[in-house]
Design a protein around this ligand. Structure first.
Ligand SMILES: Nc1ncnc2c1ncn2[C@@H]1O[C@H](COP(=O)(O)OP(=O)(O)OP(=O)(O)O)[C@@H](O)[C@H]1O
Length: 638
């Protein structure tokens, strides 16, 4: 036999569709439904009567039960349920009011589970046997009255004994495994399933299952069930409608007779019975934990997997099933604690909500027809103008995106090329900087020094200059001879050169000062002294410009007067020398400012600045030396 889940039909899930429809069993459209919880109190049994046990519970009405404590005057709070059945109630009534509606749901494709819960010897097996009997009778009555529907009934049965699953229709098959199916949930591997030919055959098969069940004698029950028993009926039905359509349903109906919870002190068990009792209590504890958690609303983790019982019953507990629980209790005072536990369990179970639905089976023919319809619908959608226009839209969007990506790739390539170019330029500059040690692009003092450099003196040349006193002396001697020359035009030429150089110096000095001034202002540098120095330098430059006007007079004068003017100059003696000194003063002042500024620079730039100043001093001296032709006149030596 194939694998079959106990709580779901064997029909492949792909063929079962969950629908919320009217049910032949009388139920309306189903969605969420709480578990139906009833309580059945049995009469005092023979042993209890013999011990003169007292009745501690009273059925207040058909829905409430109350504890009558003979030692307490104040009445306790009643427990309320969907139905409470007094000891005098027949099993027929219990079935009709506590199980029938749920059981018959299976006829319309809704999974249903009915189980009995209670302490040992409280009447579970007694009740469940009656429920199964009545249900089978009702099911076959229903089938008989529905000739237009084809029914197939199958039966499978198992027991969980000491946490081992045993096939009650084929006990020789040994322990069965539980498997997890992504669609069907927990299934019992290789569980035997037989088709019931009719009601009688079904009752016979059920009888075999009950006979196979593990039963043992305890101090509380001569025939105590030592295992949990699950009888599962699978009901499949199909209906030919006038439209020619065939509707099929499939559902499971589980009858669960649990083993009874037992107080080991009361049952006085040992050995095998003790072991059984431990297993029973442990799995029942898991069941009540699952129920308690489900009843809490906010579910979180539900420990279904903690016992085989809860794994197998999972769909009946908060899943796709209608569920009825009949809690059986003893009325005796000696079992009051156990009864209270059962009622607490029943109270929790009342709050558990299931989500039952109709399991409709789609026949192969119907399935093919449905799929064909779907294909036609999808083809129509594909051909629809909205879809084709939207797909052309998508195509143009795609082309646009591709274009953009290409453009971006090109841009990236350009950027990469620019970056490489910048790198190589930077490298070149770095190398050039190594060569041009005198240049300093950073900082104001560098700019000032550049302003003070004369254009005809390249920086490479500056590096070569050395304060060679012999060269200066040589040039001065040459100039002296020029001055001694009788040709005044040579002197005029020399004066014009000097005039040009002087103006250039003034211009350079004033530019340098301007840059320096700007830098001081930008960097908030300098103090009162600096400001004074600057204004002093400015006035010195003004003086230089004023003094520079005399050579202009020389240029415009008559050639005849030149010699006279030269001698005049000679007589003035110190005029050129003072110009030279003034110019030197200007440069010194600027250098001072530069060095003042240099102290506020980093050590590196400071060093560089000093170096630059040293290097510039040489050509400056040379220029002063160049003007030495006048120095001769102004110098004491002259
Ligand atoms: N409502 C009832 N009316 C009369 N007798 C009952 C009723 N319920 C139970 N009994 C009797 O009480 C005894 C114990 O009942 P039963 O075996 O059904 O209990 P149980 O709950 O199944 O116990 P266990 O858990 O040990 O299997 C049986 O002899 C049974 O006939």
């Amino acid at each position: 036999m194939g694998e079959t889940p106990p709580a779901a039909a064997a029909t492949p899930m792909s063929k079962i569709q969950g629908n919320l429809l009217c049910t032949p069993g009388g139920g309306a459209k189903l969605r969420e439904e709480k578990i139906l919880v009833t309580v059945r109190m049995r009469p005092l049994n023979r042993k209890e009567r013999a011990m003169y046990d007292l009745i501690a519970w009273e059925c207040f009405d058909d829905r409430s039960i109350i504890f009558n404590n003979p030692n307490q005057e104040r009445p306790a709070t009643p427990y309320t349920f969907d139905k409470v059945f007094a000891p005098s109630c027949s099993t027929q009534k219990v079935y009709e009011e506590g199980a029938r509606d749920v059981a018959l749901s299976a006829l319309s494709g809704i999974n249903a589970t009915i189980f009995a819960y209670g302490q040992t010897s409280s009447g579970k097996t007694f009740t469940m046997r009656g429920i199964v009997e009545n249900a089978i009778k009702d099911i076959y009555d229903y089938i008989k009255n529905k000739p237009e529907r084809n029914f197939i009934l199958k039966i499978a049965a198992l027991e969980i004994y000491n946490e081992t699953v045993i096939d009650l229709l084929n006990p020789e098959s040994g322990p069965l495994r539980l498997l997890d199916d992504p669609e069907r949930g927990t299934i019992v591997e290789k569980l035997n399933e037989e088709v019931a030919k009719d009601g009688q055959h079904l009752s016979h098969l059920i009888g075999i299952c009950q006979a196979q069940r593990q039963v043992g004698e305890t101090s509380l029950n001569d025939k105590s069930s030592r295992s949990h028993q699950i009888i599962r009926l699978t009901l499949e039905s199909s209906l030919h409608e006038s439209s020619g359509q065939e509707k099929s349903y499939v559902a499971s109906l589980n009858f669960v007779d649990l083993a009874g919870s037992e107080r080991l002190s009361q049952t006085k068990t040992c050995g095998v019975r003790l072991k059984e009792g431990n297993h029973i209590n442990r799995s029942l504890l898991t069941l009540s934990t699952v129920i308690r958690k489900l009843s809490g609303g906010k579910h979180g983790h539900i420990p279904y997997r903690d016992s085989k019982l809860t794994r197998i019953l999972q769909s009946a507990l908060g899943g796709n099933a209608r569920t009825a629980i009949i809690c059986t209790i003893s009325p005796s005072l000696s079992h009051v604690e156990q009864t209270k536990n059962t009622l607490t369990f029943a109270t929790s179970a009342k709050e558990v909500v299931n989500n039952a639905r109709v399991n409709m089976v789609v026949s192969d023919k119907t399935l093919v027809r449905q799929l064909q319809k779907e294909v036609v619908r999808l083809e129509g959608e594909l051909r629809s103008p909205e879809l084709s226009s939207s797909s052309s839209c998508l195509r143009s969007l795609l082309a646009e995106k591709e274009l953009k990506i290409k453009q971006m790739e090109k841009d990236m390539e350009d950027l990469r090329r620019q970056r490489d170019l910048a790198h190589s330029q930077l490298e070149l500059e770095r190398r050039a900087n190594k060569v041009h040690k005198g240049s300093n692009d950073h900082g104001p003092s560098g700019q000032v020094v550049r302003c003070l450099s004369f254009p005809e003196e390249s920086e490479s040349e500056i590096g070569k200059h050395t304060p060679d006193r012999r060269k200066v002396v040589g040039r001065q001697a040459m100039l002296r001879s020029l001055l001694a020359s009788p040709d005044p035009s040579i002197l005029v030429g020399e004066i014009r050169k000097l005039e040009h150089r002087q103006l250039q110096l003034c211009d350079d000095a004033s530019r340098a000062l301007e840059v320096l001034h700007n830098d001081f202002a930008t960097h908030n540098l300098g103090n009162q002294e600096t400001a004074e120095t600057m204004s002093k330098v400015l006035s010195e430059i003004k003086d230089l410009v004023v003094s520079g006007s005399s050579p202009e007079e020389i240029v415009t004068a008559d050639k005849a007067d030149l010699m006279k003017m030269i001698s005049q100059l000679k007589n003035q003696g110190n005029t050129i020398a003072s110009l030279e000194r003034k110019l030197e003063n200007v440069l010194k002042s600027i250098e001072k400012l530069v060095s003042t500024f240099g102290t506020e620079e980093t050590p590196d730039s400071k060093t560089q600045l000093r170096k630059l100043e040293t290097e510039n001093r040489v050509p400056t001296n040379n220029n002063i030396g160049g003007g030495g032709k006048f120095a001769r006149e102004g110098s004491p030596a002259a």
